[in-house]
Write a protein that binds this ligand. Structure first.
Ligand SMILES: [Zn+2]
Length: 357
C-alpha cells in the first residue's frame, strides 16, 4: 500500500493545479476513475462527480486545486515524510486525500456504492462545490478528506462565514489650499477602527477587517476608504447580529462628521454540525477501533467543502490526513499517516459493502 500511495501521490503532484487551472489534473483523474469502473460527469466549473455501484452511495470528496502553483515542484522523500525542496508548496492539501482514495479503491475486493466529488476552487472559498445544486448528489452521508490534522481527527462542526464590504465616503479637497472643505475619510475610518471590539468577539465567533484601501495623493484630503472583512460563527444567526453591531459602531463613529457609508454583507456559506451521536460518527468510530485509530470528534474554526455539502442536505464530516504545514513551503505529509488513513478508509468501505449492499 505504501508504494501505491507514493506512486499516486507522485502522479498527482507532477501536475500543477492552482485554483481555476485544475483541468489537466481532472483529465488525468478521469482516466484513472474510468479504469476503476466509475461513470463520471464534469460540471460547468470543472468539478468531477463520479459514481459506481448500486444502492445508497457514500460520498468521498477532495479538492483538486492547490492554494498556489506548484510549478517546478521537486519531491523529496525524507524518512516517513514527503516534502518539496522548500521552494514551492507540496500540494498535499489536498492531493494526499486524492491519492488515499485512489490507492484504497484499487485495493478493494468488494464494490461499495460510491459517489466521488473532486472539486475545483476550494481554496477560493469553496467556489467549486458552491456551484452544486440540491439533487446533484445522491449520497446522504459523506467524508471530506481535507483536514490538516492527524489521522483520527473528525471535524463535525465548522463555522459559517459572512463577507463584509464597508465604504466610508468623506469629501475630497486640496490639502493645502482648502482643507477645511474636506471630510477626511481616513480619519473617519480611524475613528471607527478605534471602537472595534476584539477579533474573537465572543465564544464561537470571530470577525476581521483584513483589507483597507483609500487615498490617491498626499495633497488631497481622502474622500473614500474601502474596507473588506469577514465574520465567522458556528451559529448562522450570530453572524447577522455581529455584522449589525459593527454597522452600528460605524454609524456612531460617523455621527456629526458629514461623512456617510455603505455597508454590504454577503452570506458566503453556512456553518454545520453533525451531531456526535449521528450514524456517520458511529460508523467512523466502529471502523477505527479495530485499527487502533483514536477517533477525535471536534469542531474546527475553518471552512471546507464539508460546509457546502452539509448545506446541500448531506451529513458530511472532514477527516484529518496527516498533512502538516498546509499553505507553506514547509508543507509535508507523513507516508505512514496516509497508510493509516487508507487502511481506515478501506475498513469503512468494506463496512459500507456489507451494510448498504
Ligand atoms: Zn484543503
Amino acid at each position: 500500500m505504501r508504494d501505491k500511495l507514493i506512486e499516486y501521490f507522485q502522479i498527482l503532484a507532477a501536475i500543477d493545479s492552482p485554483s481555476g487551472k485544475e483541468r489537466e489534473l481532472a483529465d488525468k483523474l478521469a482516466v484513472v476513475l474510468r479504469g476503476l469502473g466509475f461513470s463520471l460527469r464534469r460540471d460547468s466549473l470543472g468539478s468531477i462527480i463520479a459514481a459506481r455501484g448500486q444502492g445508497e452511495p457514500l460520498l468521498l470528496c477532495c479538492h483538486m486545486d492547490t492554494v498556489e502553483s506548484t510549478a517546478g515542484l521537486e519531491l523529496k522523500i525524507e524518512g516517513d515524510y514527503i516534502r518539496s525542496d522548500g521552494s514551492t508548496i507540496l500540494g498535499a492539501d489536498d492531493k494526499a486525500g486524492i491519492a488515499i482514495i485512489l490507492a484504497t479503491l484499487e485495493n478493494m475486493d468488494c464494490q461499495p456504492a460510491l459517489e466521488l466529488v473532486f472539486s475545483v476552487q476550494e481554496e477560493k472559498g469553496m467556489e467549486g462545490t458552491k456551484a452544486f445544486k440540491p439533487g446533484d448528489l445522491r449520497a446522504k452521508w459523506g467524508l471530506v478528506l481535507d483536514a490538516g490534522e492527524p489521522v483520527g481527527a473528525v471535524i463535525n462542526q465548522a463555522p459559517g462565514e459572512t463577507e463584509m464590504e464597508i465604504v466610508i465616503h468623506g469629501r475630497g479637497a486640496h490639502a493645502a489650499a482648502n482643507p477645511e472643505e474636506g471630510i477626511d475619510a481616513i480619519r473617519l475610518a480611524a475613528s471607527f477602527i478605534d471602537r472595534l471590539p476584539p477579533h474573537r468577539i465572543e465564544e464561537g465567533s470571530t470577525y476581521n477587517l483584513g483589507v483597507i484601501q483609500g487615498g490617491k495623493a498626499t495633497n488631497t484630503i481622502c474622500p473614500r476608504v474601502q474596507m473588506l472583512g469577514e465574520v465567522r460563527s458556528f451559529e448562522d444567526s450570530q453572524r447577522v447580529r455581529i455584522a449589525a453591531e459593527l454597522e452600528s459602531l460605524l454609524q456612531h463613529a460617523l455621527e456629526g462628521s458629514g461623512g456617510s457609508y455603505d455597508f454590504h454583507c454577503r452570506d458566503s456559506y453556512s456553518g454545520y454540525l453533525v451531531n456526535a451521536d449521528h450514524g456517520l460518527i458511529d460508523l467512523l468510530k466502529s471502523t477505527a477501533a479495530p485499527l487502533g485509530i483514536q477517533v477525535d470528534v471536534h469542531s474546527r474554526f475553518a471552512g471546507s467543502d464539508a460546509n457546502i455539502l452539509n448545506g446541500l442536505g448531506l451529513a458530511v464530516v472532514n477527516l484529518g490526513l496527516g498533512v502538516e504545514g498546509n499553505h507553506s513551503f514547509d508543507e509535508r505529509v507523513s507516508i505512514s499517516a496516509m497508510g493509516k488513513m487508507a487502511a481506515w478508509l478501506h475498513t469503512i468501505l468494506k463496512e459500507w459493502c456489507h451494510e448498504r449492499a
